[in-house]
Design a protein around this ligand. Structure first.
Ligand SMILES: NC(=O)c1ccc[n+]([C@@H]2O[C@H](COP(=O)([O-])OP(=O)(O)OC[C@H]3O[C@@H](n4cnc5c(N)ncnc54)[C@H](OP(=O)(O)O)[C@@H]3O)[C@@H](O)[C@H]2O)c1
Length: 265
């Protein structure tokens, strides 16, 4: 088993993709550190893992940058440097840019981008010192092209992709791999938890999300990517692959499609 006895720290592990990554790693015998803001939800995930005795709960709000620093220190002191850090915590958006107050743009950047960057930076000195570790970040196909109703989300995922591309080259001399996984639609609560323009929850599951990959299937595929230490992987169905391909080769056609996207998608 590839991940047997490996230590894996997963953020956003209380729900959806992070939760199912936890189950998939646990089935392979990994030690887990599960983080998110909701401790009771993390406890439920631990109980459902194949090896609950190998799961530690470390509550963390990645938007609170001081707490990220403090929590990383505690994790290093208590468990040592994790073999794999999975930056998965994230929030989406369902609102037009014109209707989104800038504080919401900042909140989305804070969680998706700065929270990820802060946690990586909190572990980096130890990773470099030990020449050990593997950074895995869950971005999105929205890191490759922009779409309406989620401008801040697209911006945060583009920012993530750029950061990781530069970081990968910086960490190459130390043999520390950086893997960016870009999901398409996955059937989670992501659009229910997405923010509206005033910062309240969208509270609706989009049809596209509901018809996306099941999170367990996504997690199994993601573990294969992580095991092979690939630089990047788009894990998505044919619709999202088509959009990525059009963006690259026929961007005008993609933009005609994007012009017609509705809030419910
Ligand atoms: N589902 C999709 O279609 C899809 C597509 C592309 C990319 N993604 C990406 O996949 C990742 C996981 O999303 P999901 O689909 O699994 O959505 P989800 O079910 O809403 O899960 C989001 C997770 O992020 C955590 N989180 C949110 N804000 C946080 C904060 N400030 N600090 C710590 N944790 C926080 C949540 O935990 P708490 O509420 O307990 O804090 C939850 O565990 C996100 O980065 C998302 O952008 C999802």
């Amino acid at each position: 088993m590839t991940f047997n006895h490996k230590w894996v720290w997963i953020t956003g592990a209380s729900s959806g993709i992070g939760e199912h990554l936890a189950y998939a790693f646990s089935r392979q015998g990994a030690h887990l550190i599960l983080s998110s803001r909701q401790q009771p939800a993390l406890e439920k995930v631990r109980a459902a893992c194949a090896h609950p005795d190998k799961v530690e709960i470390v509550p963390l709000d990645v938007a609170d940058l001081d707490s990220v620093q403090r929590t990383a220190r505690e994790v290093l002191d208590r468990y040592g440097l994790p073999d794999i850090l999975v930056n998965n915590a994230g929030i989406s958006q369902r609102a037009l840019a014109a209707e989104t107050v800038v504080e919401v743009d900042m909140q989305i950047m804070q969680v998706n981008y700065f929270g990820t960057v802060a946690l990586i930076k909190a572990l980096l000195p130890e990773m470099i010192r030990q020449r050990k570790g593997h950074i895995v970040s869950i971005s999105s196909v929205m890191g490759l092209f922009g779409a309406p109703w989620r401008t801040a989300y697209c911006a945060s995922k583009h920012a993530m992709n750029g950061f990781h591309e530069g970081l990968r080259a910086e960490l190459h001399p130390y043999g520390i791999p950086v893997t960016v996984i870009m999901p398409g639609y996955v059937n989670t609560n992501v659009t229910i938890n997405a923010l509206k323009g005033d910062g309240s929850k969208h509270a609706v599951k989009a049809k596209t999300t509901a018809s996306g990959w099941e999170p367990d299937y996504f997690a199994r595929r993601a573990l294969r990517v992580i095991a092979s230490r690939r630089r990047e992987a788009i894990l998505a169905g044919p619709r999202e692959w088509l959009a990525c391909t059009l963006k690259r080769f026929l961007p005008g056609v993609l933009h005609r499609v994007l012009n017609n996207i509705k809030a419910s998608e």
